[in-house]
Design a protein around this ligand. Sequence first.
Ligand SMILES: Nc1ncnc2c1ncn2[C@@H]1O[C@H](COP(=O)(O)OP(=O)(O)OP(=O)(O)O)[C@@H](O)[C@H]1O
Ligand SMILES: [Mg+2]
Length: 337
Amino acid sequence: MTPSEIVKQLDLHVIGQSEAKKVLAVAVYSHFRKSAKPNPDAVEIAKGNILLIGSTGTGKTLLCETLSRILGVPFATADATSLAQTEFVNHEIEAIVQRLLEKADGDIARAQRGLVFIDEVDKLKSVSGQARAASGESVQHALLKIMEGSQVRLHSGQYIDTTQILFICGGAFVGLQTILDDTQTYGYVSLSEDDSQKVLDRLNARVKPTDLITYGLIPEFAGRLPIVARLQDLSKAMMVRVMTEPRNSIYRQFHQMLQSDRVELAIERIVFEQIADLAMEYKVGARSLRGIFEELMTDVLYVIPDNPAIRKVVITSLFDTPRLLSAQGTDIVLVRK
Ligand SMILES: Nc1ncnc2c1ncn2[C@@H]1O[C@H](COP(=O)(O)OP(=O)(O)OP(=O)(O)O)[C@@H](O)[C@H]1O
Ligand SMILES: [Mg+2]
């Protein structure tokens, strides 16, 4: 698959985030290309592990999951915060590799070309005054080795070589923007081209390793994440699309659920906008959409199985009771028992 084909596939499931999709697609394409055709004479291409930066609920995990599914490679996730809470970091790391092997159905060669997603790496930042052994910093150190490529010994005695495993790290990095704003380097470079401002903006929007170090990552860890992609906060319009467009969007899921009871679900556009408005206030990205949607649907899902006369559900506002219609299109009024 070429990078553009990968992006096209990602577009079916993930709304927006075109920059991040492009960066991911190119990185993954180069990675799997070189691991697919080992050529002894070729220039050694260093591994381009990826860092995804974006607020909560903007699609980081979704992007990685979708990516691994369309590439058909085994995929394991880990949470950096739980790594930081255990005394036995190396056991946990071994467990990640073990999960990858399970996803590969025990096929070591496949596992060795898999994808590992480590979420919330921003929580590993070193906090001054905190003892190193108990801090995220020690987890960063532990992760260095497998990200670089090493032999991990599993419980079963098998060894997994992590050299060809692609690591994608994710994190919200709250406060990073302030660091970026303070370290804008390219303001004084003078370019004569018309689009110089665009070029400058692009350079300044780049997250530099030094910014990550200022944030609290250790230099070795930041250095092993050469590719950085940023996700945008979702706008209201994007939230509406998240609910309706993807293959398995919330709306489609409920639509199908009712269909199996032979009930048609009709939700007016304004309702999605009202839900998106609420979700914007909750500030957890698309994460709150499902909860709000379920709340709206609970009453409907409760009454339908007992009332086979209901053939259609019409929802015109988040704040009005859904209308329940019969096959003839007349309102069905339920008598509370
Ligand atoms: N860009 C998007 N397109 C489609 N759905 C999205 C998008 N962003 C988020 N979602 C939806 O929101 C849910 C949460 O997204 P996801 O798990 O990817 O968030 P995240 O960025 O990993 O957040 P966190 O930092 O909290 O882990 C997903 O299940 C998905 O349905
Ligand atoms: Mg996530």
